[in-house]
Design a protein around this ligand. Structure first.
Ligand code: UT7
Length: 338
């Protein structure tokens, strides 16, 4: 036995205290993306639900969008940046290998040297971040944790790739997780199906791209590729079970649920999950994808923010979050709407 080491003591419970979002200024209708992929407005709407998406301009960087979403979340939580103990950024499109986007964001926000790091769990990243944040608040590692989901997928999507060009988009969402007198974040149900590791991925690894660039053979920058229908089937069948398990572990029945905020991957996947879970008609369902597209790690907080702003989700409501994507990684939890 070594010398006893002190441990930290955290809050009894954790909750989401505020939600913010940043939506890119440029709204791009289907008409503007169909030519390069020989598609149609009708096909895109019917297969995915998407009518428009937001594409970030040069000044709408990962950091800028994150800082804006975070300021809104902090304001709504009534928390100053100096109270933030940790900044967690979920993203796959911060195109600087190191340092993390989180350190830059923590600095721009004016935190007091907050711990800051990025996590890579693709579209599921935000729900992973919320799970980490809740555990950190309860364990005493941090008083308040800022969790950001942010993407500039337009930077890593080929406009001529039929399987991805119409679906992926840009934006940021953020939440403040902090101490609470009552439980506001239920147990996370998370995991990975690594046998489908290659279903959504960057087509050429950076080391190969570098070699090709050096020898003058690089035809185009590496971009995302997706086996869309395989991912669709996996998500539609497997994710409803994960969502149900998150409800069960939180002790919530579908009848007690007010709001369902699935990753905005495809409206038809959302429909399939809602049907499989037999969600009552009273449950409000996020449909942010229709005008924001699929913003990967940003989609759940952006969709939640929209529902709160529109009055579809009210303070005290019980919401089920679930996100899934490349890896294939997934995470789900029940939360109370702040
Ligand atoms: O966010 C991370 C997780 N991602 C997801 O969950 C996305 C999951 N996947 C999807 O949402 C869907 O697979 C897509 C929306 C990407 C595609 O829809 P789909 O119904 O799975 O289309 P498909 O790839 O099975 O193709 C159906 C048909 C094919 O034609 P035939 O063989 O039936 O004649 C394709 O050639 O649609 C054709 N097609 C297109 N047509 C117009 C494929 N891509 C396009 C296109 N425009 N962009």
């Amino acid at each position: 036995m070594g010398t006893p080491i002190n441990t930290a003591a955290g809050a009894a419970h954790a909750a989401i205290l505020g939600v913010g979002a940043y939506r890119p200024r440029t709204v791009v209708p289907n008409a503007d993306v169909i030519e390069a992929i020989d598609s149609s407005d009708e096909w895109i709407q019917q297969r995915s639900g998407i009518k428009t998406r937001g594409f970030a301009q040069d000044d709408e960087t990962v950091v800028m969008m994150s800082v804006n979403a975070s300021r809104q979340a902090l304001d709504r939580a009534g928390i100053g940046p100096e109270q933030v103990g940790t900044v967690i950024v979920a993203t796959v499109s911060h195109l600087l290998q190191t340092p993390s986007a989180a350190t830059m964001i923590a600095h721009e926000l004016g935190t007091n040297k907050a711990a800051a790091f990025d996590i890579s769990a693709a579209c599921a990243g935000f729900c992973h971040g919320v799970a980490l944040a809740a555990d950190m608040v309860r364990s005493g590692s941090s008083g308040h944790v800022l969790v950001i989901g942010v993407e500039r997928l337009s930077d890593i999507t080929s406009p001529s790739d039929r399987g991805t060009a119409f679906i992926f988009a840009d934006g940021a969402g953020a939440v403040v997780v902090g101490p609470s007198e009552v439980p506001g974040i239920g147990p996370v149900v998370w995991g990975s199906d690594g046998e489908h590791y290659d279903h959504i991925r960057q087509d050429v690894p950076w080391d190969d791209a570098l070699e090709q660039a050096t020898s003058g053979e690089l035809a185009e920058a590496p971009h995302l590729v997706m086996q869309g229908s395989a991912v669709f089937r996996w998500a539609a069948f497997e994710m409803a079970k994960v969502a149900q398990e998150a409800l069960d572990r939180a002790g919530i029945t579908p009848e007690q649920l007010d709001v369902f905020v699935p990753h905005q991957a495809n409206n038809r996947i959302t429909d399939a999950m809602a049907r499989a879970m037999k969600l009552p008609e009273t449950v409000q369902i996020a449909r942010d994808i229709i005008d924001q597209g699929n913003t990967s790690a940003a989609s759940v907080p952006m969709a939640l923010e929209r529902m709160i702003s529109d009055g579809q989700a009210r303070s005290g409501d019980t919401a089920l979050l679930i996100a899934f994507g490349a890896g294939l990684a997934y995470a789900a939890q029940v939360v109370t709407v702040p």
